[in-house]
Design a protein around this ligand. Sequence first.
Ligand code: ATP
Ligand code: MG
Length: 356
Amino acid sequence: MKNIILTGDRPTGKLHIGHYVGSIKNRLKLQNEGNYDEFFIMIADAQALTDNADNPKKIRENILNVAIDYLSLGIDPRKIHIFIQSQVSALTELTFYYANLVTVSRLQRNPTVKQEIKMRDFANSIPVGFFTYPISQAADITAFKANIVPVGVDQLPMIEQTKEIVKSFNRIYGDTLVEPNATLPTNEASMRLPGIDGNAKMSKSIGNCIYLSDSEDELKEKVFRMYTDPLHIKVEDKGHIIGNTVFTYLDAFCEDSHFSKYYPEFNNLDELKEAYQQGGIGDMKIKKFLFNILNELLEPVREKRKYYENNLEEVYNILKEGSMYAQSCANETLREVKKAMKIDYFFEDNLLNDYK
Ligand code: ATP
Ligand code: MG
């Protein structure tokens, strides 16, 4: 079996460090290991429009932002096809056919969509497109016959839904589609990085993000106002680790090597946690440490970003070529799907041949 990787992001804003630890770090690892036949990254503009129908300008603007974020992080367009979802029309067609295989009650049970509906205050005005986006995501994944999908943990229900669609399709119409598997981060804190406000998830739509493109000053300001432990008032007070966002970020980003560079009093995170819980370590100290770690990660990204911002045509051409290539691959799957569904009337005069 071929190894095909597909993943993506909604162009609802610039990418944040939750995207990095939740999914992009795994993409870079997979890219560098090189153990795949095809690798696609999709900028999910059509999906982003399902809850931003009244703001197409925002989606359009962020397409280049997201592409520049990818390239600045080291996504290599010679190894990975980056494409824009709306430019691959086969995806919308597949969505329509897959919709027949999913019930309304099944969609209502999707925990991520449920939570997103609540967060967006849709009440009784949930757009049908938003409600059904897990079906369109199944189309995105299966159109490329992707079997590996590196995502954050909030995407697990979408992968489950995709598997169910693949199973139903193959049972009814014959073996055509491939079942995908999610590749999650190995680190617990990275699966769903909280926002700087301590909110359950860092999300563009909530506005509690540290962006990959934040300047050193913006980063400092955000880290220093991060939610820590409200009971840790004086330095000598015993501190709590659980629910302390700075420590969750340290769990996600800190490596032992950071200590010798930025905090030589300790050798590793376990030692620092122990000392913080005993009392005697101020929040400013741990915030400074976290700032240094994040700044070391973001500094080279800022440099590469400058290059791409000055060479927008190069980014544009990468997206254009990627989208054309993706279109041709997805068309091939659509052809197979239509054949399996017996709606391939005009391929080789099929309909006419039935009557001969
Ligand atoms: P939106 O608020 O518009 O949904 P988002 O910040 O949730 O934006 P997406 O584009 O929906 O970002 O998600 C892209 C990928 O990043 C998905 O694989 C998702 O699981 C992952 N991801 C997003 N936010 C986080 C997070 N806070 N921690 C870990 N992974 C995340
Ligand atoms: Mg999201």
